[in-house]
Ligand binder design. Structure first.
Ligand code: ITT
Length: 193
């Protein structure tokens, strides 16, 4: 069975991908312990490529990377590609974001996820993007998920990501949507081996 390394050190993402890939005929493996790839790109897609290529090259296996983040309209798209670096912990990131827009009634925001699968020789095999529209709540709600999940309410649901079961986040979320686009292409690719 083909091995696919998840090029991420974010346990929240790894948990979601493990669940998303359950039904695929593929051997899912974690990336080497302690591996850090510098994210120097200015887009989610560029950073996803950097991570996937570096991990594929290091492990000699196909690697799947996700670069994602939250773009807040009132902050001109920030924190965007800097979402992970916005503060030191999830709680501090949430606090900083709520503070930045505390006097603001414009609360619209969206999450983006760029996924990339690369081969050990540096070839990009597949690339997709997914997006989820919503708004930033006034206070955190829910205890599921990770990152900004407690303050992101998904349009049309009345729920934050942190109030959703994983299956529901899969359906509405940026990562789940990106994966839905990726899955048939990945199955096709696997069938050619
Ligand atoms: P890897 O690069 O190792 O995968 P990372 O956390 O540094 O882990 P990113 O550079 O892609 O990943 O940063 C994405 C950040 O955006 C992440 O740390 C969260 O703060 C936030 N984020 C992305 N997807 C999210 C989601 O589904 N729910 C909540 N926050 C999310």
């Amino acid at each position: 069975m083909k091995t696919l390394v998840i090029a991420s050190s974010n346990s929240g993402k790894i948990h979601e991908f493990t669940s998303l890939m359950k039904a695929l005929p593929i051997n899912v493996q974690p990336q080497p312990e302690g591996m850090e790839v510098e994210e120097t790109g200015s887009t989610f897609a560029a950073n996803a490529q950097l991570k996937a290529k570096a991990v594929a090259c290091r492990t000699g296996e196909w690697a799947l990377a996700d670069d994602s983040g939250l773009r807040v309209d009132a902050l001109d798209g920030a924190p965007g590609v800097h979402s992970a670096r916005y503060a030191a912990t999830d709680a501090a990131r949430i606090e900083r974001l709520l503070k930045a827009i505390e006097n603001c009634n414009q609360r619209e925001a969206h999450f983006c996820a760029a996924l990339c699968i690369a081969a050990p020789d540096g070839r990009v095999l597949l690339e997709v993007e997914g997006r989820c529209q919503g708004r930033i709540t006034r206070t955190p709600r829910g205890d599921q998920g990770f990152g900004y999940d407690p303050i992101f309410e998904v349009d049309g649901t009345g729920l934050t990501f942190a109030e959703m079961a994983l299956a529901e986040k899969k359906l509405h979320g940026h990562r789940g949507r990106a994966f839905t686009a990726l899955e048939p292409q990945l199955r096709e690719l696997l069938a050619t081996l």
